[in-house]
Design a protein around this ligand. Sequence first.
Ligand code: ASP
Length: 336
Amino acid sequence: MKKKILLIYTGGTIGMLSTGRGYAPSKESFYRLLDNMPELHAETMPEWDIVDMEPLLDSSNITVNEWNKMGRIIRDAYDRYDGFVVLHGTDTMAYTASALSFMLENCAKAVILTGSQIPLCEVRNDARDNLITAMMIAAEGIVREVCLYFGGKLLRGNRAVKYSADEMIAFVSPNFPSLADAGISIKYRPNMLRSPDDGKFSLRELVNTPIGVIKVFPGIQFELFDSIMTERLRGIVLETFGAGNIPGNGDALLPIIRKASANGTIMVVCSQCPQGTVSLGTYETSSQLKSAGALSGQDITTEAAVAKLYYLFSCGYNGEEIKKLMGEDLRGEITV
Ligand code: ASP
């Protein structure tokens, strides 16, 4: 029997049309283009249905609410389809892929996010291959987790980062190998694929928790961030230099971290380097971060750290539990 997949169209360049004010999402023209692609109904393709999210968005406008909407669509259709393809703008695709990877608990089906750098309506585009290959991967059922397919590479969703604003290979997975490479054939790396966790599939909706990302830079005046870090935010991703280093030996930052930590704020240290891992204590400039109460994000991406914080807060865990779980590998997002 033919496999059946669900396409979830959220917006993004893939379905955009050129307007007087630049590219904007369009439903009618995208659906017309799909209708005019006989290859989508070829014998080798799965059966498919499509639903769209109202309103269609440039992915810069995606929020926790849209993640919840996508999650609900997948939850409600989970038993009726073999896999899912989420058509999404590239700008925040890595954040959405990370968020869905946590929200879809015990997910045992492929959920593949894809989009394109050039809309399907243009003669020369990357939309056609991204769409067709993502649909095939979703139907095949070899991967059973949330992934991102783009430019010939299948990446674990919570390991992907957008790397290029204008190249066709727009995403990389700096700290984890690709799960499959689509050349003449789709070659999977079986050892890299995650086996689904035992348990019944369910959706954990996210609560819009105050979370912030702070990127340090030479000369940063930490005192300017004091009240936001200690009183306003519940979760902070601190993007540090190299393996977790902060400027000024932390003289200005450490008291703020101690205060934030005492107030229950969770602070996760990530690196501005896309590749490699945070190792608190390797240098003097990072050793005190840990004692002040910050957590090492290890090799997690900023995108996945943000999504994981939203998720853990939404699960209702207390501070100690969140700290513990941030250090554990929940969905293949860190190497422990
Ligand atoms: N701004 C667009 C979006 O993220 C870019 C894209 O899709 O490539 O929706």
